[in-house]
Design a protein around this ligand. Structure first.
Ligand code: ADP
Ligand code: ADP
Length: 238
């Protein structure tokens, strides 16, 4: 469902070059919850941002659901039509939720639906369904500032599901949450994985997150995957 081949990313920052990815081959199967774990600076964010082309890799290929994204035209800021369409089918969840504080919960979830051609009633119905799905049916009219961290992340997840993605990318989605809330969000991801057949790629610096939800995982260090496999295999190696 998600494949990267020999992916590299070199940033130039104040004249200095930083190799964030040094030849990453990732293979995530359909229907898996796949985790990438590593310490800060390992390249996890860069990898996940390359998978949805928020960042264009320096070299190598990214294929999601049969579409080679790296072959499509456009930059991260000015994506071409095909890339925009492909991206709409990739949901993304962020550590700090990235909700608009001046919009209600309902409006936050409706936002990505505005470009789909769905009319107002359709958008409202779809957003209501998604909020129900993530357990926030009663909070449609609330503002993000009135919600707990876990509730905000549920809104972030509902918004990520608006484009009916086959793939959900999660960038440290539970890192800002307490352990109990973390558990409930991971359970929600697992439920969505099972009920919608959603493939989930998550990055985390916490091995506990990997152990509690992932089917497979990769360990990243210094821009490389140093170990990868099913959780059973990885834990047997220790
Ligand atoms: P992680 O998510 O594992 O913490 P990152 O992908 O954020 O790792 O970073 C990998 C390396 O790339 C780090 O050395 C980081 O400083 C560098 N890096 C990340 N983003 C940029 C950027 N926009 N410009 C320059 N260097 C960057
Ligand atoms: P996190 O580890 O929570 O992802 P970071 O502080 O690593 O957050 O990165 C926040 C943003 O800054 C990201 O967009 C990343 O690409 C960028 N960034 C990270 N490291 C650098 C760097 N050395 N120079 C410039 N931008 C960077």
């Amino acid at each position: 469902m998600i494949t990267t081949k020999d992916l590299t990313k070199v940033y130039t920052s104040r004249g200095r070059q930083v190799s964030a990815l040094r030849g990453v081959d990732l293979h995530v199967r359909e229907g898996e919850v796949y985790g990438v774990v590593g310490t800060s600076g390992a390249g996890k964010s860069t990898l996940i941002r390359c998978v949805n082309m928020l960042e264009r890799p320096t070299s190598g290929t990214v294929t999601v659901d049969g579409v080679e994204l790296t072959a499509l035209r456009g930059s991260e800021h000015r994506a071409g039509r095909e890339l925009r369409e492909a991206r709409r089918r990739i949901g993304m969840v962020f550590q700090h939720f990235n909700l608009l504080s001046s919009r209600t919960v309902q409006e936050n979830v409706e936002l990505p639906l505005e470009i789909t051609g769905l009319d107002r009633t359709g958008r409202r119905r779809k957003a209501a369904e998604l909020l129900e799905l993530v357990g926030l049916g009663g909070k449609a009219r609330a503002y993000p500032g009135q919600l707990s961290g876990g509730q905000k992340q549920r809104v972030g997840i509902a918004r990520a599901l608006a484009g009916d993605p086959k793939v959900l990318l999660s960038d440290e989605a539970t890192s800002a949450l307490d352990p109990e809330t973390t558990r409930s969000i991971l359970e929600l991801l697992r439920t969505l994985n099972q009920e919608l057949g959603l493939t989930v790629l998550l990055i985390t610096h916490e091995m506990d997150v990997i152990k509690s939800v992932c089917d497979s995982a990769a360990l990243m260090r210094d821009g490389r995957i140093v170990e990868a496999g099913t959780l059973t295999d990885l834990l047997a190696d220790d």
